[in-house]
Design a protein around this ligand. Sequence first.
Ligand code: NAP
Ligand code: HSE
Length: 433
Amino acid sequence: MKKVKIALLGLGNVGRGVYNILIKNKEEIMKRSGYEIEVSKILVRSLDKYRGVEVSNDILTTNFDDIINDDSIKIVVEVMGGIEPAKEYILRAIEKNKHIVTANKMLLATEGKEVFEKADEKKVMFQYEASVAGGIPIINSINENLTANKINELYGIVNGTTNYILSKMELEGLEFDDVLEEAKEKGYAEADPTSDIEGYDAQYKLAILSALSFGTKISVDDVYREGITKIKPIDMKYASDFNMSIKLLAIAKENNGELELRVHPTMIPETHPLANVYDSFNAIFINGNAVGDLMFYGKGAGDMPTGSAVVSDIISILRKNIDTKNENPVVKDNLWNKNVKSIDDVESRYYIRLTVQDKPGVLGQITTIFGSNRVSLKSVIQKGRKHDDTLEVTLVLITHKTKEALINDSIDKLHDLRSIKSVENIIRIEDFS
Ligand code: NAP
Ligand code: HSE
């Protein structure tokens, strides 16, 4: 049996999973890769930390030079996260002809161009399956198995933390803040959950998926982003009344060569398979013009599911010839130049929840504003007053499909009406049609 040395950069959640899988499935991995894999160095910040995994202290290091200067290390597995020093370490490892596996969506979505180009230039293999949706094999499916298709649409629940929070709100009627606290206590949400709850994590993942799906360069800023912090139990209740569910959806569509890329809370029919993706699970629903509809479902995070994707990437590198220069191009996002639509030009149906004064003529004023902006209302729902003394009442409007710019203009005009107390929430509705 041939032997190969690899190094891990990081021994946190994902690093631990990778290390454990390499031990647990050693025989399967040897047979499938043709190599006995030795983790010969692991870069960490602290040598004393308890890590819940038995690793000899001899292989832990805080000095990246121990890895970069060791020519016997053929593959560097970056599972430390963040932009720097991860980017610098990856670039230096590529320069030394080491193959790379990374789980780092933030780095790939924001600074990916430089590392991909460097890997292309040096002809080293570069794998990043774990960077989107953890254990779900979505990157290689798009890059390999779906290349016969023109991908028309992709819808993803790609953030487990927000899906856990929305699931709890939907199924147990809980407030956002209460579920977030509980999720932090249970370790589902990070101490600083901003990247998850404000949609940045999903934005990075959609930037990566859409660049590969549509074969074009995508900047993170091309992806419109909204988080889930404004969702209230009352929105969940209305969604349920309409036979809908609210999910943080990452949406990518191509129409006539133009792309629509957005991450935001979305009402979807409860009959759609994505509506039944609960808890911290992830799912990606894709439509290809040959294969039709596909859905990938599984765990988008966690040490073993994410480790599964990372170790598979290591095996796929070992199955090629690791000692010769590889001609396989790692950059697959430069096949076409596609324009990304402004969110103002996106068309959708909308759920709009207002607090208004329950007085004669108010409904007429509101519908006149939408009508004059060519926004057609499908339904208007008013259920009982909130407070009799203030005359406040909740009004929910559902629009027909319309341009976002027309909705925004209508909302601006609503703000000028004295009878409108507050525009409480606006949620896009996706009909998948
Ligand atoms: P983590 O638990 O915070 O672990 C990070 C590890 O990297 C730690 O061992 C840390 O060392 C080490 N590290 C960080 N900065 C370092 C530095 N400057 N020098 C040396 N070592 C450093 O992170 P994680 O959850 O495993 O995530 C790792 C990567 O996988 C991220 O890119 C993340 O986005 C991605 N990812 C994570 C998941 C998941 O389920 N967690 C899923 C998919 C993708 P110490 O232990 O000494 O502090
Ligand atoms: N924070 C991410 C999530 C982890 O909640 O899905 C994996 O990217």
